[in-house]
Each structure stands twice: as C-alpha cells, then as structure tokens.
Ligand binder design. Structure first.
Ligand SMILES: *[C@@H]1O[C@H](CO)[C@@H](O)[C@H](O)[C@H]1NC(C)=O
Ligand SMILES: *[C@@H]1O[C@H](CO)[C@@H](O)[C@H](O)[C@H]1NC(C)=O
Ligand SMILES: *[C@@H]1O[C@H](CO)[C@@H](O)[C@H](O)[C@H]1NC(C)=O
Ligand SMILES: *[C@@H]1O[C@H](CO)[C@@H](O)[C@H](O)[C@H]1NC(C)=O
Ligand SMILES: *[C@@H]1O[C@H](CO)[C@@H](O)[C@H](O)[C@H]1NC(C)=O
Ligand SMILES: *[C@@H]1O[C@H](CO)[C@@H](O)[C@H](O)[C@H]1NC(C)=O
Ligand SMILES: *[C@@H]1O[C@H](CO)[C@@H](O)[C@H](O)[C@H]1NC(C)=O
Length: 344
C-alpha cells in the first residue's frame, strides 16, 4: 500500500466524524459516514493505473451540504459548501496555514459546478492567484454578493489592485489582517460595494483607499492600531449611514474628517484615545442619531459638541473603563438644541 493511502484513511474517518457531530439528523450522519467508509475502501484498492485523487467530495443523500477534503503533500485543506435556496455559502478552510496559492489547482481540477452562491469565505487561507473572479469561475460559482477573508493575523499577503475586478460585491469583510497590504487602487472596480469591514492589528490604510467607493453605506474599521485617521480618508462618502471606527487608537478627529458625512446616522468611536474633541467636530453630521464614544480618556467636552446634531437620540459616553467623565459633569449647555436626548 502506498504511504499516502495510509495517511488518507484516518483523515477521511476524522472528517466523517466531525461532520457527523455537526449534523443534527442521525440518519444523514449515518449515511454520510457510510459514504465516507465506501470512499476509503475504494481508495484502499486502486488499480495500479488509478491515481489517488487529491481531493475527495462527500455529500449525504439529499444533503444540502457538500464537503470536499483535499490532501496535498503535507498540506491538507477543507472546502465546505452549504447550499440552501435562501442562503448559500462557500467556506474554504485551510489547515494548516501554510497552504500554497498553487494548491487551489486541485480544487479547480474537480470541475465543481456550485452555481449561485451568495457568500464566499476564505478562512485562514492564502489568497488565490489571479483575481477573485477567476477563483469563483473555477469552482462554477455565480452570483456572489458577500466576500469575507478571515486572516486572524496569520497571513502575510498582499491583495493586488485588481483582486476584486468584475465581482460586483455588496459586502466585503477583511478580518484580522495583520500583514496584508491593500493596494491604493484596491476598490477601483467595486461599484456596488455597500458594506465594508476592515479589521487588523498592524494594517495601514492608504489615504485614498475609499476614493472609489462613494456609494458605501456601512464602514467598519477596527483594531487598526493606526493612531490617526488620514483627514481625507472619509471624504466623498456622501451616502455613508453607519461608521464604526472602534479600537483604533485615534487621538484626534476634526470637522474636516467628517466633512461629507451628511447622511451618517450611526457613529461609533468606542475605545479610542480621544482626550478632547473640537466643539465643531460633528457639525456636518446633521442626520446623526446614535453616537457611541465609551472608553475614551476624555478630559472635557466642548459645550457646542452637539449644536449641529439635532436628531441625536442615543449618546453613550461612559464606558466601564472610563470613570473620569460622566454625564453629570458635562457642560451645562451641551444638550441645547437636541430634541430627543438620551444619554447612557
Ligand atoms: C430524498 O428525497 C426524495 C425525494 O424528495 C425522498 O423520496 C427520499 O425519501 C429522500 N431520502 C432521504 C434519505 O431523506
Ligand atoms: C496531487 O498530488 C500529487 C502528489 O503530491 C502531485 O504530484 C499532483 O500534482 C497533485 N495534483 C494536483 C491536481 O494538485
Ligand atoms: C512577508 O512575505 C514577504 C515575501 O512574500 C517577505 O519578504 C516578508 O519578510 C514577510 N514578512 C513577514 C512579517 O513574514
Ligand atoms: C449590506 O448592504 C445591504 C444593502 O446595501 C444590506 O441589505 C445588507 O444587510 C448589508 N449586509 C451587512 C452584512 O451589513
Ligand atoms: C507592523 O508593521 C511594521 C511595518 O509595516 C513592522 O515593522 C512591524 O514588525 C509590524 N508589527 C507586528 C506586530 O507585526
Ligand atoms: C446615494 O444615494 C442616493 C439615494 O439613495 C442615490 O440616488 C445615489 O446614486 C447614491 N450615490 C452613490 C454615489 O451611490
Ligand atoms: C469649543 O469649540 C469651539 C469651536 O470649535 C471653540 O471656538 C471654543 O474655544 C471651544 N471651547 C472650549 C472651552 O474649548
């Protein structure tokens, strides 16, 4: 028996067990386990001419979920797909994390035709070579609206400028970026992007990163450890309604930062390093309804702070970690002009 067979059999069994645990329906689990055993048995008796497939697919009878398990040299990675009519998702999980970009060729070779798939998640996986469009085409995937790349700080990758070309995404999450560098023109082709999340501990955002996304509605930047937000970073985002800029170590914000955010309704500045804010910093945010600023080391707040935000309904200033300022010590006139103040 070739050594690779000896390695594959326990892995197949492990995968079947894992899937069985994850499944609620015992009948399906049994049928899946049986299927896996058949595959292992078949693999154990190949004719000399047959080459062991690098990737194996499993699917229970009537299952809405398809799993593919690949073994390549010493690197294995899993591809998990679940399809339901309303919410379809493709998740690629890489274990261990040293999978190479070229290893995706093994998946492409399976000629999968996955069809309409709303979300694509790459979990701790290297970015595939070429564009994302090429990647999904190789898997027969269509209609992708959401892409999530979860790095958890493990990857060292550069996303090329054309990575998103031709994808027409609505939502993009880039989570846990540590060393990934985004090219300045990264979003040049994402005309329909509405929601964008970028998190990471050591990622620097190019000043002009969002200049191609005036249609953005929700933006979440977190844990960037940036210390500063480029003053032009949010310029042109006239349709932004929600901005979460939490845990970024920001110590300075000015009116100029928020210049174009006349539609913003929700602003979250939780856990930054703000000690003070200019009295007119929120002057452009005439539609603002929710403002969260807990866990900042504020020393004082200017009494004109909310003069330009008449629709403010929810204000959170004190956080558990911030005992220095409480609402009772705010300047007397600070809520002047608010119709629905509710401070927490
Ligand atoms: C699979 O689906 C068919 C038709 O919908 C049904 O007749 C059959 O009982 C199902 N089998 C299982 C194991 O659910
Ligand atoms: C499958 O694995 C073998 C041995 O590691 C390798 O030579 C071959 O190129 C792989 N095939 C694909 C399609 O990746
Ligand atoms: C990241 O990868 C590049 C080459 O791809 C290498 O030069 C660099 O040292 C790596 N950085 C880290 C922190 O691993
Ligand atoms: C993304 O935006 C669309 C519409 O622009 C919205 O319906 C959807 O809920 C958003 N998704 C997320 C994850 O925020
Ligand atoms: C953060 O990035 C800088 C340069 O880009 C690098 O020198 C530093 O080692 C990185 N820190 C961590 C914790 O990765
Ligand atoms: C902003 O929103 C308005 C109204 O929803 C829409 O007509 C306009 O095209 C949007 N602008 C951009 C740049 O997407
Ligand atoms: C409050 O802000 C206004 C406008 O930014 C500024 O002119 C004024 O000096 C500030 N007041 C205090 C007490 O800092």
């Amino acid at each position: 028996m070739p050594p690779r067979l000896a390695t594959l059999a326990p892995l197949v069994a492990a995968l079947a067990a894992l899937t069985a645990v994850a499944r609620a329906a015992p009948a399906e689990a049994a049928s899946l386990a049986a299927g896996a055993a058949d595959t292992a048995a078949a693999a154990a008796a190949p004719t000399p001419a047959t080459m062991l497939p690098n990737c194996t697919r499993f699917s229970a009878e009537n299952a809405t979920e398809l799993e593919v398990f690949c073994l390549l040299d010493n690197t294995d990675f899993r591809l998990r797909i679940s399809h339901t009519p309303t919410h379809s998702r493709l998740v690629v999980v890489c274990e261990p994390h040293d999978m190479r970009r070229t290893d995706y060729e093994a998946l492409y070779a399976m000629n999968l035709r996955l069809g309409v798939t709303h979300s694509v998640v790459l979990h701790q996986c290297p970015l595939p070579d070429g564009t994302l469009r090429h990647f999904v085409q190789q898997l027969g995937v269509r209609g992708v609206r959401l892409v999530k790349v979860v790095s958890l700080g493990l990857l060292n990758d550069t996303m090329p400028a054309d990575f998103l070309d031709g994808m027409d995404l609505e939502t993009l999450h880039l989570d846990g970026l540590t060393r990934i560098q985004l090219h300045d023109d990264f979003f040049a082709s994402t005309g329909s992007l509405h929601n964008l999340t970028i998190t990471g501990t050591n990622t620097s955002l190019p000043d002009g990163l969002l200049r191609h996304t005036p249609q953005l509605r929700k933006l979440h930047i977190r844990n960037l450890n940036a210390g500063r937000l480029p003053v032009t970073f949010l310029h042109g985002l006239h349709n932004l309604t929600k901005l979460l800029a939490t845990r970024n170590g920001l110590s300075e914000l000015t009116r100029e930062h928020f210049r174009d955010l006349g539609r913003l309704r929700h602003l979250d500045l939780y856990k930054n390093s703000l000690e003070t804010l200019p009295g007119d910093v929120f002057a452009s945010l005439t539609e603002l309804e929710v403002l969260r600023m807990e866990c900042n080391p504020f020393r004082a707040l200017n009494e004109t702070l909310f003069a330009g935000t008449p629709r403010l309904k929810l204000l959170r200033i004190n956080g558990r970690l911030n005992v220095d300022v409480d609402v009772s010590s705010l300047p007397a006139g600070i809520f002047r002009g608010l119709s629905h103040p509710g401070a927490y």
